[in-house]
Design a binder for this molecule. Structure first.
Ligand code: HEC
Length: 123
């Protein structure tokens, strides 16, 4: 009887251990980048200049006037290369403000890398 209980206990401990191991592994992927919590300069630029339209985490949204602002993280992206994204941020268009006068060339380049490396690849 006691032997049987010990065996059940060992099995339960083993099952629990495997469960925890499983949970640990499923969370070991790269965590989704949080713009809100990031202290990076690019993230603060995003919060100041882009979040009003694209949402605090770049998830996109529908403005009060019904305009649809695209998600910058998932989906089919319209501008794919660095040059296209740079041009779009600098010149704006289709409802987006041009940032050429507001951000320096260096800052626009930082935003291109931010979109490509943090937002688009973090999933
Ligand atoms: C006034 C609202 C507004 C602001 C502010 C704004 N955007 Fe946009 N953004 C848009 C709209 C609208 C589009 C869709 C344009 C199109 O379809 O050509 C867009 C598209 C984009 C795209 C292309 C998405 C794709 O599918 O390829 C990127 C990248 C982008 N914005 C980045 C930024 C960044 C970075 C900032 C801040 C520096 C910013 N946007 C600020 C409205 C805005």
């Amino acid at each position: 009887m006691i032997v049987l209980e010990m065996k059940t206990l060992k099995l339960s401990v083993l099952a629990l251990f495997l469960l925890i191991l499983g949970l640990a592994c499923s969370k070991s992927g790269k965590p989704r980048y949080s713009i809100t919590n990031s202290k990076a300069y690019e993230a603060s630029l995003f919060r100041q200049n882009c979040a009003i339209c694209h949402g605090p985490e770049g998830e996109g949204k529908t403005l009060d006037d019904g305009r649809q602002i695209p998600n910058l993280r998932d989906g089919d992206f319209k501008y794919k290369s660095d040059a296209e994204i740079y041009h779009h941020i600098a010149e704006g268009g289709n409802g987006m403000t041009p940032f050429r006068g507001q951000l320096t060339e260096r800052e626009i380049n930082l935003m291109v890398r931010f979109v490509q490396d943090e937002l688009r690849s973090a999933n």
